[in-house]
Design a protein around this ligand. Sequence first.
Ligand code: ATP
Length: 351
Amino acid sequence: MTRRVCVIPGDDAAPEAVLPSLRVLQAMEPGIEFVELPDGQAGRREHGDRWNDVCIEAIEATDTTLFGSSSGATPAIGYLRYGKDTYANVRPTRYLPGAESPLRNPEGIDFVIVRENTEDVYTGIEGDLSLLTPLKLTSRRNNPLPESGGRFAIKVITEEKTRRVVEFAFRLAQRRKDRGHRGSVISACKWNVLPQTDGLFRDVAAEVASEYHDIEYTNYLADDFARRIVATPLDLDVVVLPNLYGDILSDEAAALVGGLGLAPSACYGDDFAYFEPVHGTAPDIMGAGTINPTATLLSAAMMLDHLELGDAGDRLVGAIEAVFADGSTMTPDQGGDSTAEQFCDAVIERL
Ligand code: ATP
């Protein structure tokens, strides 16, 4: 059965990683029909006010989406995340021998951060402090709220959305355990400072954990856990985090194994998933053609697994690993001088 994949290249330098990655996928001939959309600027020019609808129609007409990254010109990200309720943002951190790690011994690092993808401070609700005055809020800490001269942001944690993402993390840990991983889940938050919101996250996570007797479970304070990521990364298996900590700590995790150029991600809902690198649009290197496409390619490999295309995902990962082991076609972030196109040519040669 032919699968249909919507390819949304995104903005700034992101298309410079997505388009050569698409060439790699086409070279694999895995039985996919690709529906390719323009980059953000071209999309706006070609479709004007209909650009967002054009993206949504293409997403709906296909089985899944490979997305670059958006700095605003490609609006589809809102639909992919909130419209499709893709609540579990899965961000693997795995060391590929040959990658530039700041650690003396990064061999064997292989863990996955599951970031809650729909709530927390990403509600997008902020305002002037004066709006809160009528509510007469009192501080738990004898630290009175100023009535003006500043802004506030709303952080929302719900039981339902915490439960579903933590359950996702435990199911992932079970599948990884079947493949020889440790079988552990860690959660981290700041329940000491935020006993209402992060306290709820911690309580719900502990409740879910009590239902999974085959998986170890530990909760850390987020700051302590940030240190542990660097100090003892080999101890980690599956980590589940509220949205903001997940965003920040997965960039930290990526640094251990070579940086954002190597960090893939997948966003899963109950009946839809899409795939995108962790990194943003890298506007500072736009036009150079040297953005590292590995993060996009590894996201594409996760997509091939999701589409259940036999060993296609493993073949792609194997070819990427071979290019890193060889080391002669690296992009500048990995100490080389190759372009994304040249890197992808090297992957195609090794498929
Ligand atoms: P966002 O907030 O959208 O996640 P960001 O502010 O974290 O974006 P990025 O676009 O991810 O920023 O870029 C951060 C830095 O990492 C920039 O210097 C960028 O050039 C670099 N970078 C990001 N992705 C890559 C990549 N694939 N290859 C090489 N460098 C990259």
